[in-house]
Ligand binder design. Structure first.
Ligand SMILES: NC(=O)C1=CN([C@@H]2O[C@H](COP(=O)(O)OP(=O)(O)OC[C@H]3O[C@@H](n4cnc5c(N)ncnc54)[C@H](OP(=O)(O)O)[C@@H]3O)[C@@H](O)[C@H]2O)[C@@H](O)CC1
Ligand SMILES: Nc1ncnc2c1ncn2[C@@H]1O[C@H](COP(=O)(O)OP(=O)(O)O)[C@@H](O)[C@H]1O
Ligand SMILES: [K+]
Length: 493
């Protein structure tokens, strides 16, 4: 797991590192500046003209130090300072004094260059960007230069990813210590270009001072998956019940069940409408199929399935109505690890009685529309504050939530995560059904419930990224993501 921090929390990390651990501010700053300079040197030839645009806070101080390092390496650099120097931070004044002593060329106007280093505002951005700052940022964005942003593109809120009026559109952002929320959540993430996290020496202890930590999964988290011993059988790897599909929808069940198999589930049983039996058996002969008749629904057959399984996923393509609500009620009575997706969520949203039956072994996987219905809050409001509303589900209902979007936010009882894998090719029908199958299968194969909730979107995204090895984002379909799961695990163990 890696930390993702708000700007406010990053200041706490800075301050703890400087004041409690005792690493001097200028030491951190030198490492920060060196990390940016190193990346610039690696990618830019010496004949390139580099303009450093610096504010007068510590982000600007980083910029002045970067300008000095590049100048000493023989680059043609200029420094343009934006803001009132009499109000500059101590570190800025120190850096500027060094720059003067070394003979850095300081210019009075913004002029174009091959490379721009944007160090106007970092995590200290505190209000909307206006006036001369706005004008310069617009000029940077109009130019054809290669833009590096220091810590975060100036104008992006490090706390939320919102654009404070206007923001620099960078080609590359070198962010210090850890991802900032503003570099991972949209729209800010779109302004960053490639994001490089530079280790400048903040100790993990400093991150532990943060009260509400946000993290992201990393490859190390595959260790949550238990090994597959030789002495095992299909029963070892979970009995997964998937309640999906309806008279007119069969694909959802197939995608969900196949994804579960590809993540390693031992046994998968689909409970679906009678009309789907043949097609599912033909498309996925490995799955067991039990069916119901909408006109004579028999709860006993669902109960038998629930008694059989270790984990249940309900919702993809089931439709909404009385039968569906009764099925959900029955599922919730069994207190099993339960994944609720799509129409599963929509049915619950319509029925306060079902909401009351949600229990702590439930994870819901809503997209923004489903989340909007579930919380009765407009989509735009949820989109602008994914973490807040993800957490709200947890506080209100004591269930886990995978809030799916271009950046999926995961909230468990204790923790909050943002998933960083995946790509826009995954915005395709059935992609969410694949995710549902992955969550259920991970629980089935023995991954602890909270860990499965976090790992599933990560695996789903990595599978989408793997799918790009043979299909473009444009052509990607949900079946390609399943193909991607195969490639992913082939490369893993
Ligand atoms: N040792 C450390 O601490 C380390 C810190 N590091 C670096 O420091 C950065 C944080 O520095 P920071 O806290 O000084 O804030 P910063 O981002 O420079 O912004 C404050 C300045 O911007 C101004 N300002 C803000 N909003 C504005 C607006 N809308 N419009 C106009 N002005 C506005 C504000 O002005 P004021 O509000 O005072 O009028 C003030 O001048 C961090 O991102 C990283 O790069 C690294 O080197 C690692 C070690
Ligand atoms: N731009 C994107 N980048 C990364 N992942 C995306 C993007 N758009 C959608 N996704 C992922 O694709 C899946 C879509 O799920 P969902 O909307 O439920 O699809 P469906 O209902 O058709 O199965 C989610 O896991 C979501 O996070
Ligand atoms: K910046």
């Amino acid at each position: 797991m890696k930390n993702i921090v708000t700007g406010t929390d990053m200041k706490k990390v800075d301050s703890y590192t400087i004041n409690t651990i005792g690493i001097p501010s200028l030491v951190l700053m030198e490492r920060a500046a060196l990390s940016v300079a190193e990346i610039v040197c690696k990618n830019q030839l010496k004949d390139k003209k580099i303009l450093v645009v610096a504010g007068v806070g510590n982000n600007g101080a980083d910029g002045v130090a970067i300008c000095r390092i590049l100048h000493l390496k023989g680059y043609n650099t200029e420094l343009y300072i934006l803001g009132d120097i009499s109000k500059a931070s101590t570190e800025f004044k120190q850096q500027l004094s060094i720059a003067h002593n070394i003979g850095i060329n300081i210019v009075g106007d913004y002029n174009d260059a091959d490379v721009i280093i944007d160090s106007i505002f970092g995590v200290g951005l505190s209000r909307n960007v206006e006036g001369v700052y706005k004008d310069v940022i617009l000029k940077i964005n109009k130019g054809r230069n290669f833009v590096y942003s220091v810590d975060i593109p100036s104008g992006v809120s490090a706390d939320t990813g919102k654009i404070c009026g206007v923001a620099v559109k960078a080609n590359c952002t070198v962010t210090f210590g850890s991802y900032k929320i503003g570099t991972v959540l949209y729209p800010g993430a779109e302004y960053c270009g490639q994001v490089v996290v530079a280790d400048i020496g903040f100790p993990q202890e400093a991150y532990e001072q943060i009260e509400e930590q946000v993290k992201t999964a990393t490859l190390e988290d595959f260790n949550f998956i238990p090994p597959r011993p030789n002495y095992s059988n299909k029963g070892t790897y979970g009995k997964i019940l998937i309640i999906a599909g309806s008279k007119d929808i069969s694909g959802a069940a197939v995608l969900c069940a196949e994804a579960a198999f590809r993540v390693g589930a031992g046994l998968v049983r689909v409970f679906t409408a009678e009309q789907n039996r043949q097609i599912i058996q033909r498309l996925l002969p490995e799955a067991m199929v039990n069916t119901y008749d909408v006109h004579h629904f028999n709860m006993k057959s669902l109960e038998a399935c629930l008694k059989w399984c270790d984990v249940v996923a309900i919702g993809p393509g089931i439709g909404t109505g009385v039968i569906q609500k009764n099925m959900i009620e029955k599922v919730l009575e069994y207190n099993l690890p339960t994944v609720i997706d799509a129409d599963g969520i929509n049915n619950i949203s319509e029925d306060e009685r079902l909401k009351k039956k949600l229990h702590k072994n439930v994870v819901i996987t809503p997209h923004l529309g489903e989340m909007s219905r579930f919380l009765n809050i407009p989509v735009e409001e949820i989109a602008s504050n994914l973490i807040k509303y993800g957490r709200e589900v947890n506080y209100k209902y004591n269930i886990n939530c995978i809030l799916k979007d271009a950046r999926t936010v995961i909230t468990t009882e204790q923790e909050t995560f943002v998933n960083l894998s995946g790509n826009s090719g995954m915005a395709t029908a059935g992609s969410g059904d694949v995710l549902t199958g992955i969550v259920a299968a991970l629980i089935g194969i023995g991954v602890e419930f909270n860990n499965a909730t976090v790992l599933a979107p990560y695996i789903h995204g990595l599978a989408g990224d793997k799918a790009m090895e043979y299909v473009s984002k444009t052509s990607m379909m949900a079946t390609d993501i399943i193909e991607g799961i195969k490639i992913l695990f082939k490369g893993m163990r």
